[in-house]
Design a protein around this ligand. Structure first.
Ligand SMILES: Nc1nc2c(ncn2[C@@H]2O[C@H](COP(=O)(O)OP(=O)(O)O)[C@@H](O)[C@H]2O)c(=O)[nH]1
Ligand SMILES: [Mg+2]
Length: 460
C-alpha cells in the first residue's frame, strides 16, 4: 500500500473510532456541544495568520496558482476565507485555475459537512466575515487553506463586532498546521493571536503545529538590516513563547515581488536561500499533520472525557457513602428516640402498664415516625446541602497529581459542575460507570494503535 492510501485508511479508521467511542459519551454528558468527530472529519486544514500585509494572501495565490485572494498594502481583506478544491470534476481538469464557487459564512457554520459548527457562537458579524471559495487547483487536492484578516491595533479590534482572538483560537483547534507570518516592518506584533492559540492548544502539540515565517525579506535594505530584523523577531518570539531557545523561523519572500522591491536587495538576496519551497512542502504535508493531529485529538479528548466521568463517578460514590452514613445515623437515633420516649412514658405512668405490649407499640410508633421524618425531608435537605458542598469542592473529586491532569481538569471543570448540578440525577450510575470503562479502554488502545500505525506510515 502506498503512503497516501495508507494515510487515508488510517485517517478513516481514527475518525470512526472517535465517532463510535468518544462522541456518544461527549454528547450525553454535554462535554461538548457538537459531535467530537465533526471537527476532524473534513479535509486537512492550514491556517495562515499574521499582521495585515505580511503577505498571507500573496503566498496563497502563489501556492494555488491564481489570483484568488485580493492583495495590497492597506488592510484590504477583513474576512476569514476558507479556500478549498472544487468537487466539480470537469472544473478540476480545466487547466486555467480560478474560483469556481463561493459560499457565505452562514452556510459554512450550519452545514455539518464542515468542521466550523463551534464557530457559530461568534454571531452574525463573524458569519458575515467568513466565506468559502472553491478553486480548481491541484495544490488543494487534499487540503484547505484559511486566509485570515490581519491583526489590527486593539482599538480597531473592538470595532470588528466579534472577538477576533477567540475566532483565531477556535480555528487553531481545528487546524492541522498554523503558519504565523511576519514582515520586516512589523516583526513581532502578534502576541495576542499567539496567546489565544496557546490557550486553546495543548502544550504538547503546539510546537509541531506552529510554523513561524519571516516573509518579505527582500525588502530589507541590506544584510545588516535583515540581521537586525531577525534579531528583533527572535527576541519578540522568545518573550512571547516564554522560552530561552528560538523556534525555527523560515525566511521567505515572494519571488514575483522581488523586482519591484528595494533596489539594494540584490546585494544580499543571492546569499540567502529563499525557503519558499520548504514552506510549500510543509503546507502540502498537511495530511500527515492531520494524522498526528488525530492521534493527539484522541489522546486529549479521551483523557479529558475519562477524567470527566471519573469525577462524576467519584461524586456519585461520595454521595452514596453519605447516604449510607445518614441511614445508619437515622436508625440509631430513631432507636434511641423510641427507647427514650417509651422509657419516659413508662416512668410517668407506671401503674397503667402492667403488660409491656402497649409500651412496645408506643415505642415502635415513635421510632417509625422519627425514622420516617429522618429518611424523608431531613435526608433530602441534608443530601442537598452535602451535594452543594461537594460541588463547591469539585477540585477534590479526583486526584490532580500531574500537570497534565491539572490542565485537563481546568478544561472540564465547568461542564462537570454544570452536569452535576443540573443533570446528574437523570443518568443511572451503572451507565456512567460503563461509559467510563468504554471511553478509557477505547482511547487508551486507540492512541496506542494510532501511534504504532503512524510509525508504520513514516516508514513507507
Ligand atoms: N517585496 C515583497 N512584497 C510582498 C511580498 N509578499 C507580499 N508582498 C506585497 O505586500 C502587500 C501585502 O500583501 P498581502 O498578500 O495582501 O498581505 P496580507 O494582508 O497578509 O494578505 C502586497 O502589496 C503584496 O504585493 C514579498 O515577499 N516581497
Ligand atoms: Mg490578505
Amino acid at each position: 500500500m502506498d503512503r497516501q492510501n495508507y494515510g487515508e485508511a488510517l485517517r478513516r479508521e481514527l475518525i470512526e473510532l472517535v465517532q463510535e467511542h468518544l462522541t456518544p459519551a461527549a454528547l450525553r454528558y454535554e462535554y461538548s456541544s457538537a459531535a467530537l468527530d465533526s471537527q476532524i472529519k473534513w479535509r486537512p486544514i492550514v491556517l495562515i495568520l499574521g499582521n495585515y500585509s505580511s503577505g498571507k494572501s500573496t503566498l496563497i495565490n502563489e501556492l494555488i496558482g491564481a489570483d484568488v485572494q485580493a492583495t495590497g498594502q492597506a488592510p484590504t481583506d477583513d474576512s476569514f476565507t476558507v479556500i478549498t478544491r472544487t468537487e466539480d470534476l470537469a472544473a478540476q481538469s480545466n487547466p486555467s485555475v480560478a474560483v469556481k464557487d463561493e459560499r457565505e459564512g452562514y452556510v459554512l457554520l450550519n452545514d455539518p459537512v464542515f468542521p466550523f459548527e463551534s464557530l457559530k457562537r461568534h454571531g452574525q458579524r463573524f458569519a458575515s466575515h467568513f466565506r468559502l471559495k472553491r478553486v480548481n487547483s491541484s495544490f488543494l487536492a487534499d487540503l484547505a487553506i484559511i486566509d485570515t484578516p490581519g491583526m489590527l491595533d486593539s482599538i480597531a479590534e473592538r470595532d470588528r463586532g466579534y472577538n477576533y482572538q477567540e475566532v483565531v483560537g477556535d480555528l487553531a483547534q481545528i487546524a492541522d498546521l498554523i503558519l504565523i507570518l511576519f514582515d520586516p516592518h512589523k516583526a513581532g506584533t502578534v502576541r495576542e493571536s499567539y496567546e489565544s492559540i496557546r490557550k486553546t492548544l495543548p502544550e504538547s502539540t503546539l510546537e509541531d503545529r506552529l510554523v513561524f515565517v519571516l516573509n518579505r525579506v527582500d525588502e530589507c535594505e541590506n544584510l545588516n538590516d535583515l540581521i537586525r530584523v531577525y534579531g528583533t523577531l527572535c527576541w519578540n518570539l522568545s518573550q512571547m513563547l516564554g522560552r530561552k531557545d528560538i523556534p525555527k523561523i523560515l525566511l521567505t519572500y515572494a519571488p514575483e515581488q522581488k523586482d519591484s522591491a528595494n533596489a539594494a536587495t540584490g546585494n544580499f538576496l543571492h546569499l540567502l536561500r529563499n525557503e519558499r519551497d520548504h514552506l510549500r512542502h510543509m503546507i502540502q504535508d498537511a495530511p500527515r499533520h492531520r494524522l498526528d493531529h488525530l492521534a493527539n485529538y484522541i489522546e486529549m479528548h479521551g483523557a479529558r472525557l475519562s477524567h470527566f466521568l471519573e469525577a462524576v463517578v467519584a461524586f456519585a460514590k461520595q454521595q452514596r457513602r453519605f447516604r449510607v452514613r445518614f441511614w445508619i445515623k437515622a436508625i440509631v437515633t430513631s432507636l434511641f428516640a423510641a427507647g427514650l420516649s417509651a422509657g419516659a412514658l413508662w416512668l410517668s405512668q407506671l401503674e397503667h402498664f402492667q403488660a409491656p405490649t402497649p409500651l412496645l407499640i408506643f415505642a415502635s410508633v415513635v421510632g417509625i415516625l422519627f425514622l420516617g421524618v429522618s429518611l424523608g425531608p431531613w435526608q433530602r435537605q441534608a443530601l442537598n446541602r452535602y451535594r452543594d458542598s461537594l460541588i463547591s469542592r469539585a477540585d477534590s473529586l479526583t486526584p490532580l497529581g500531574t500537570q497534565e491532569r491539572k490542565d485537563n481538569w481546568e478544561k472540564i471543570k465547568k461542564p462537570v459542575v454544570k452536569f452535576l448540578s443540573e443533570r446528574f440525577e437523570q443518568i443511572p450510575l451503572a451507565q456512567i460507570k460503563s461509559d467510563l470503562r468504554e471511553v478509557s479502554k477505547a482511547y487508551q488502545s486507540a492512541s496506542k494503535s494510532a501511534r504504532e500505525a503512524l510509525n508504520e506510515y513514516y516508514k513507507l
